[in-house]
Ligand binder design. Sequence first.
Ligand code: WQD
Length: 332
Amino acid sequence: MKNILVTGGLGYIGSHTVIELIAHGYSPIIIDDLSNTNIAVLQQIQKITSKEVPFYKNDIAEQGLLEKVLRAHAIDGVIHFAAFKAVGESVKAPLKYYDNNIGGLVALLKAMQKCDVKNIVFSSSCTVYGEPDVSPVNELSPIKKANSPYGNTKQIGEEILFDCPFLNTVALRYFNPIGAHPSALIGELPLGVPNNLVPFITQTAAGIREKLTVYGNDYNTKDGTCVRDYIHVVDLAKAHVKALDYIQKNAGNTFEVFNIGTGNGFTVLEIIDTFEKTNHLKLNYTIGDRRAGDVEKVWANTDKAKNVLGWSAELDLTSMVKSAWDWQKTLS
Ligand code: WQD
């Protein structure tokens, strides 16, 4: 397997994954509608890798174009990132999420079936666990009712793929990706007001936002703020290479899921504290109301990824928040 179609490949996780694919001998081809990123990311990828990466600006719902690209590049496998991913936003705009995340996936799978492309790595999420009864969660933990339309689109996406045994699927359940490439040439690039915690922190530190609001400090956690498993985006990118390697070695296995986290849970206030201490600055924040759709605490048991994929996270929280700030400083 060599030629890999990366949908959403100019996005935050997609762009970091394209770099790791090239580093490991794969040939990525990118399709992205640029709805949540910027074409300049393509140039940065080429600067980092010294490789020209074929790019198509298009909505993946256009099945005809998908078939054209799958055939023109003799695609062997697909990594499917193209989806909206903000929990809070999905509560406010559910149909935007169902249309794009489910409609886009179905169009992609129909094109793959027509072109006899069988291998897919699916960008899933820890939000499929809803509010887990206990953490850490493993891959056999109950799939509870998702707390947000975003999480539900990931649950439905996994179910669709499970029902397509003509595919070889690996679903990676991401926890909370943060940080940026060590070159500081690419990173998280939220358009408009960030939904996610760390870009809001870095934009506040950069003076772009006046202050950060911590969404609730009355949860049943060590300091009252929510707990998440934050993972460096470069570690997450490397997990996708391992997933492709796994598919090649296990062609008969049509569906497998893996938690991709660090196994450590940190509260919002711990993230703020680590950010301040690592980057030697004080952050302006206040405590506000809870955000609809948030789960109280979730972090990963990562034994399966370690033992079956041969992957573990290597980068710590300090390097995550340092790289995030180094990247933000290039934007200001
Ligand atoms: C984290 C914590 C907020 C913003 C993300 C991705 C989703 C999925 C899971 C991959 C929560 C708090 C946030 C702010 C805050 N990952 N927060 N003030 O909701 O866990 O979801 O990880 O699929 O795609 O979106 O991440 O960064 O939005 O929130 O207090 O301004 O930070 O309440 O407790 P979330 P997040």
